[in-house]
Design a protein around this ligand. Structure first.
Ligand SMILES: C[S@@+](CC[C@H](N)C(=O)[O-])C[C@H]1O[C@@H](n2cnc3c(N)ncnc32)[C@H](O)[C@@H]1O
Length: 244
C-alpha cells in the first residue's frame, strides 16, 4: 500500500468512484484533485512520485535564485494534474498535457477547478492571476511546434511517465524538442523495474546531463510536510539539462 492516504473524501457517480485528494501548497491554499481510482487509465490516479516531486519542486523553486516571472513550464503525462498545478501556483505559466482520454476525463476539469481556487487566493492577497492551460500531447505522435506548443520551456516536469521500455525514446524525443540548454527538466519516477530506469537514464545521457537528486536532499526538502516515514517510499527524481 502507498504511504500516502489519497482517499480523503469519496464521491460516486454512475460509472466511477471518484476520490478527492487534498494537497496543501506552501501558501496554505488547498488543492482539491479528483481521481477515478477504478478507471482503467493510469492517468486517473495520483501517483506517489507526483506528490514527492510536487513537494520537492516547491522547495527547489523557493530556494533557487532564478526569477519565475514570465517563465514557462510544461508537464508531460500530467494525469490528474497535481504537479502542474503546483508549478502554476509558484507563478509559472504552466501547460499541462496528456493523452486525449485523460484530458477529457479528468485533467481539464481538475485544472479548471483548482485554477479558480488558486486565483481566489491570489485576488484576496492582491496578487496577479495565475495561468494554466491544458493540451493534448501524445509523445508518440505530436509535433511540438507553434502555435500549439512554444518551445523552449524554462521548466519541463513529468512524474511516473517512465514505466514502459516502448515509450522511453518517444518521451526523450519530446523533452529534447521542448527544451534548450537553459531548460530545467525534472522527472520523478517510482523505482519498479531497474531495466526501465537504466534504459531511460542511458537514453537521456545521449543529449542531456543527468543528475539524480540525492536521497538525503530529497528527504531534507520534503520531510517536514509528510507525516509518514519517507524511508519507506520508492521515488527518485532526475534533473536533466541539455548539453551544449
Ligand atoms: C502512471 S501515470 C502518471 C500520471 C501523473 N503524472 C502522476 O504521477 O500522478 C502515466 C501518465 O502518462 C500518460 N501517458 C502514457 N502514454 C502516453 C503517451 N504516449 N503520450 C502522452 N502521455 C502518455 C498517461 O496517460 C498517464 O497520465
Amino acid at each position: 500500500m502507498s504511504v500516502f492516504d489519497r482517499k480523503q473524501t469519496n464521491q460516486t457517480n454512475s460509472q466511477n468512484s471518484q476520490e478527492i485528494y487534498e494537497f496543501k501548497i506552501s501558501n496554505g491554499t488547498i488543492l482539491s484533485i479528483k481521481q477515478q481510482n477504478d478507471s482503467l487509465n493510469h492517468g486517473t490516479t495520483i501517483w506517489d512520485s507526483s506528490i514527492i516531486t510536487a513537494q520537492f519542486m516547491q522547495h527547489f523553486l523557493r530556494s533557487s535564485n532564478n526569477s519565475l516571472i514570465n517563465k514557462k513550464c510544461i508537464e508531460l503525462g500530467s494525469g490528474c494534474g497535481l504537479l502542474g498545478l503546483v508549478m502554476c501556483s509558484m507563478g509559472l505559466q504552466t501547460t499541462l498535457t496528456d493523452l486525449e482520454c485523460v484530458v477529457v476525463n479528468i485533467l481539464q476539469d481538475n485544472v479548471k477547478r483548482n485554477l479558480w481556487i488558486l486565483n481566489q487566493h491570489q485576488q484576496e492577497n492582491n496578487n496577479s492571476l495565475l495561468n494554466a492551460q491544458v493540451k493534448i500531447l501524445d509523445w508518440t505522435v505530436t509535433k511540438l511546434q507553434p502555435p500549439e506548443f512554444t518551445p523552449p520551456y524554462d521548466y519541463i516536469v513529468a512524474t511516473d511517465c517512465i514505466y514502459s521500455l516502448d515509450l522511453i525514446n518517444h518521451f526523450v524525443r519530446c523533452i529534447n524538442e521542448l527544451s534548450n540548454e537553459k531548460s530545467l527538466i525534472f522527472c520523478g519516477l517510482e523505482r519498479r523495474d531497474p531495466l526501465v530506469t537504466e534504459t531511460f537514464v542511458n537514453a537521456c545521457k545521449g543529449g542531456f546531463n543527468v543528475v539524480k537528486i540525492p536521497e538525503k536532499k530529497l528527504k531534507k526538502f520534503i520531510f517536514k510536510e509528510l507525516d509518514d516515514d519517507i524511508g519507506n517510499i520508492n521515488v527518485e527524481i532526475y534533473r536533466l539539462k541539455k548539453r551544449k
